[in-house]
Design a protein around this ligand. Structure first.
Ligand code: PLP
Length: 265
């Protein structure tokens, strides 16, 4: 009998420079021996330095792709990145409604990407509102960095903002990449457990190699999705994903220009 691999549905944006977005997700999940079904929610014109344009895909195409895949696969996890528009987020919410009705314990991980690595918007306020109202209630875990946390909740205090999001259902892992201690390269990832979930709050102080990297948020959240697809608990998956990201940064590579790219393969 041929082996089987856990299938992970990824809905995310295309960064044609290859450093972030859905390419980072595909590489990470492949490295973790998961099968990624990649659905593109937003197309971008982007190089290693700058986001030039962003074009959400038509919601009708997204919907057809999701319906077709749902009919064909039993997913072990879902990973959501930049969804592009409120219309697309609504289509994704409908898909999550169907997927979670069939499989209530499936892990749904959202990296609420609102900006590209170098700045440049990948979503507007109506997308943010739709994430809060329609998508986040289906999520098992969301992985905002501090700027995303503040934008989504309007709440300046990170612990209060995390509790506000956790009250909507999911656990909230606030990633510390934007708050790195430059003296010793440490950062803190903080987990707040969701209103409807078992587990306890936790904090990890991790040390990463020095440098500016691209696509770290995508890589980290995909690694968590991959490990949860393999059956690890949220906290165990986070710990394993932290090890994975450390390795990818230690062996990161450079191209002609731009930030370093984690070696995910
Ligand atoms: N998705 C797309 C399409 C992007 O272009 C980017 C960054 O440029 C991201 C997601 C987020 O990348 P990061 O992992 O650096 O937060």
């Amino acid at each position: 009998m041929p082996q089987t691999l856990p299938a992970v549905l990824v809905i995310a944006g295309l960064d044609p420079s290859g450093g972030a977005g859905i390419q980072a997700d595909i590489q990470t999940l492949s490295a973790l021996q998961c099968h990624c079904t990649p659905v593109i929610s937003i197309n971008t014109v982007q190089d290693s330095r700058k986001l030039h344009q962003a074009h959400p895909v038509a919601p009708e195409i997204l919907e057809q792709q999701l319906l077709t895949l749902e009919a064909d696969f039993d997913f072990s996890a879902v990973k959501l990145g930049a969804l592009g528009s409120a219309e697309n987020a609504k289509v994704v919410a409908q898909s999550l409604l169907r997927i979670t009705a069939n499989n209530p314990s499936i892990a749904v991980i959202l990296d609420p990407v609102l900006k590209a690595s170098h700045g440049g918007l990948l979503g507007d306020e109506s997308l943010q509102q739709t994430l809060l109202d329609e998508v986040i209630p289906y999520c098992t875990l969301i992985t905002p960095n501090e700027p995303e946390l503040k934008t989504l909740t309007g709440e300046p205090s990170p612990p209060h903002a995390a509790i506000k999001l956790a009250e909507l259902g999911p656990s909230v892992l606030v990633t510390g990449g934007h708050n790195r201690n430059m003296a010793d390269n440490t950062l803190e990832n903080t987990l707040t457990i969701g209103a409807h979930q078992p587990g306890r709050a936790q904090r990890w102080l991790i040390t990463l190699v020095d440098g500016e990297f691209r696509g770290t948020g995508c890589t980290f959240s995909s690694a968590i999705a991959g490990y949860m697809a393999q059956g690890f608990s949220i906290t165990h998956a986070i710990e394993k994903a932290q090890h994975f990201i450390s390795h990818t940064l230690e062996s990161a590579y450079i191209l002609k220009s731009g930030q370093r790219i984690p070696l995910r393969i």
